[in-house]
Write a protein that binds this ligand. Structure first.
Ligand code: SAM
Length: 291
């Protein structure tokens, strides 16, 4: 294996020209052209020679080369069939890589990981196509997959929302959904000039360290997420009004207000002030009251 080199902007352009490849905006194709950012991603993912890595969207193979250099084995899933020849070329000297052509959102990830890593925990690493960031991450978190951590470059604004704390502007349903499954770490901010072509937004690298068990225990996860969704669907409304308007709990507004007050919260509290622990406490109280 030789040292990764594809991150040089001139090489990226040369590879694209050599293969007559046309960049597909619809697939979110913005290729990394900064070695320091690649280093930051692999550092954030804490890649070691023991690691099996699942990469989503290898593009022309820039990050894949780095992952292969640092890790044990890389399996990369790329949707764009036209990149298969390019990847065969750029990864030719990286024997510990395998590329699968397919849509990550439609794959049997359980089966793929079991087949490729023998079921041992994998690290997911990606410079994610921004149009599918949230569905990909939620799928990786919600399915009970042997995934140890997810280190991804995503739109900065989304990374801030995923890692936000209560009573901040970025805090919302996405923060709680992510933080129920994983501990987020913001690893780096990445400006637009680190990509070819430049994306229209700033990016950030976030590492999500998956919990073995969620940090809160609830009687019914569906009730927890129903309350969370309701609270932030009508963000400016009080929690009582949000739940009364959105969640079909079968309880009257007065009953909802009493229940919230009985759990020790003011009846005019908003969802944005509540932590995951608060939502879990309320979810159990609603679960008990609704059954
Ligand atoms: N990893 C490369 C890099 O860092 O330079 C490319 C990253 S580019 C932002 C995103 C890549 O994801 C593209 O190659 C795109 O074709 C691929 N992609 C988009 N949607 C996908 C999907 N649903 N499943 C798998 N790959 C996808």
């Amino acid at each position: 294996m030789r040292e990764p080199d594809l991150y040089h902007a001139a090489l990226t352009k040369a590879v694209i020209a050599k293969h007559g490849f046309t960049i597909q905006k619809k697939y979110g194709q913005n290729f990394l052209t900064d070695g320091r950012v690649l280093q930051k991603i692999t550092d954030a993912a804490r890649i070691t020679k023991e690691d099996f890595i699942l990469e989503i969207g290898p593009g022309i193979g820039t990050l894949t080369q780095f992952l292969a250099w640092k890790g044990k084995q890389v399996c990369a899933v790329e949707i764009d069939r036209k990149l298969m020849d390019v990847l065969q070329d750029t990864l030719a000297d990286f024997e510990n890589t395998e590329v699968i052509c397919g849509d990550i959102l439609k794959m049997d990830l359980q089966g793929l990981i079991a087949e490729k890593s023998g079921g041992s925990p994998v690290k997911v690493v990606a410079n994610l196509p921004y149009y599918i960031t949230t569905p990909v991450i939620m799928q990786l978190l919600e399915q009970k997959l042997p995934v140890e951590s997810i280190t991804v470059m995503i739109q900065k604004e989304v990374a801030l929302r995923m890692s936000a704390l209560p009573s901040t502007g970025d805090y919302g349903a996405l923060s709680l959904a992510v933080q129920y499954y994983a501990r987020p770490y913001l690893a780096a901010n990445v400006p637009q000039n680190c990509f070819f072509p430049r994306p229209g937004v700033d990016s950030a690298v976030i590492r999500l360290e998956k919990y073995e068990t969620p940090p809160v225990t609830v009687k019914n996860e569906a009730m927890l997420f129903l309350l969370i969704r309701s609270a932030f669907q009508q963000r400016r409304k009080t929690l009582v009004n949000s739940i009364a308007n959105v969640a079909k709990t079968g309880l009257s507004k007065a009953q909802i207000a009493t229940l919230i007050e009985n759990e020790g919260y003011r009846a005019d509290i908003r969802g944005e002030a509540l932590s995951l622990e608060d939502f879990a406490k309320l979810a159990d109280a609603f679960e008990a009251a609704c059954h």
